[in-house]
Ligand binder design. Sequence first.
Ligand SMILES: [Zn+2]
Length: 121
Amino acid sequence: MPNEAPLMLDMVPELAEEIERGLRDSGDAELAEQVAGLRMLKSCGCGDDFCASFRTAPVPEGPAGRKRWGIPLDNHLIIHVLQNQIIEVEVLFRDDLRPKIRAVFGDEADWRLRQKQSDQN
Ligand SMILES: [Zn+2]
């Protein structure tokens, strides 16, 4: 389990707060509990200008990885869940958050490389 990825709560506290509140409001208290511990693992990487989505957990390959579902907190903030674990935060058209989120993944290439190296060890 990579534990060097930064905590969302540290990097973008207003987003963590918004998600936690949104999940509680939608009755997902159990998921809301996870928010404080979510780490910003890697950016979505789709390259769309409006997108600042990111992974918060590794997704298993194969059929197990496809049983995910989304909880829309609003049209532009969707929480993806797999086996009761938050795996991705979908953030679209959020000019207020995108620069901050992108800044976290500024050294994404290095991060991926480090991951690859540690996977081989
Ligand atoms: Zn994207």
